[in-house]
Write a protein that binds this ligand. Structure first.
Ligand SMILES: [Zn+2]
Length: 302
């Protein structure tokens, strides 16, 4: 587990042990409320050892949800000790195929608007395909070293499919397009509230729709779906908002309209600039999905 809080202690007497620091009052900070000047003064509230924020403040490229972590060079036991995001390790192809067949592993070669997965969803057809244009080499992590494994079948090609049984899928292992190591879906979701910079690397982002803003009524007019996002200054730049930017016709195809306000939206894409805000732009239909409201509580508490 990563740390959600760290203790900021500005004036630690020199020679203090972690045990001494544990006794100091300090101020609890979150990765969001931490400022650059605190960088060398933050400690684990549990063990008193120094921690660091990841990504480091001022890192323009980093967009992952920030967290605190113990410094890896310090060996000690702590209940809150951070572990990196778990990765499923496989030793041979059969293990991979078995997990795909039981549904505990989902490999997504690409999000596709063809919706082939919808038709073959309950058949075993997709377990035998190989070598088609969707295939790519996966590098699944084996014990100690990466292992090259040839293409594996994919059973999902759209975010809608993922959202359909969202509660079950959250704890399944997923390999997203361009990725090589299986991670749990719950660790792949990025809250747009945590995004503070553009990022070309695609990820699955989510946020609650607060407003729909159309530039006109024509099919090709731009429509912005605003997501809950607190205006802020990050890396000395103001970020006003975060939107899914698309066209009226594309929004219609995605099933998005004015009545979606209040719903959670999931989007797969890279983070781009939109004026003084951020957006996901050019998403395909398969790369966008509204979360069925019965699953809202899962994202509320993530
Ligand atoms: Zn600790």
């Amino acid at each position: 587990m990563t740390l959600k809080h760290a203790k900021y202690c500005k004036d630690v007497p020199s020679g203090s042990s972690p045990n001494d620091i544990k006794q100091l009052a300090g101020t609890l900070v979150t990765p969001e409320t931490m400022t650059v000047d605190m960088s060398n003064h933050i400690y684990c509230p549990e063990c008193g050892f120094p921690v660091f924020r990841s990504p480091r403040l001022g890192n323009q490229q980093a967009i992952r949800q920030p967290f605190f972590s113990h410094k890896p060079d310090v060996q000690h036991e702590c209940e809150l000790k951070s572990k990196s995001i778990p990765i499923r390790r496989y030793n041979d192809k059969n293990e991979v195929l078995k997990d795909i067949e039981t549904g505990s592993l989902v490999i997504i070669h690409e999000f596709s608007d063809d919706e082939i997965d919808e038709k073959s969803k309950n058949s075993s057809q997709h377990f035998v395909q190989s070598g088609n244009s969707n295939s790519r080499n996966l590098k699944l992590v084996g014990k100690g070293k990466n292992k090259e494994v040839n293409s594996f079948p994919s059973s999902m090609t759209s975010l809608k499919t993922i959202c359909r049984h969202f509660d079950e899928n959250l704890t399944k292992w997923f390999v997203l397009p361009e990725e090589h190591a299986p991670k749990k879906l719950v660790h792949l979701l990025v809250n747009v509230e945590s995004i503070e910079a553009i990022d070309l690397e695609k990820s699955i982002c989510y946020g609650r729709i607060t407003k729909v803003e159309r530039s006109g009524t024509r099919d090709d007019n731009v429509v912005n779906f605003h997501l809950a996002y607190e205006r802020r200054v990050a890396n000395k730049q103001t970020i006003a908002d975060f939107t899914l930017r698309t066209t009226n016709i594309q929004a219609y195809r995605m099933g998005l309209n004015d009545s979606c306000v209040g719903h959670y939206l999931l989007m797969y894409g890279s983070i781009q600039e939109r004026g003084i805000g951020l957006c996901i732009w050019d998403a395909k239909k398969s790369e966008v999905a509204l979360l069925p409201q019965k699953y809202d509580y899962l994202l509320d508490t993530l």
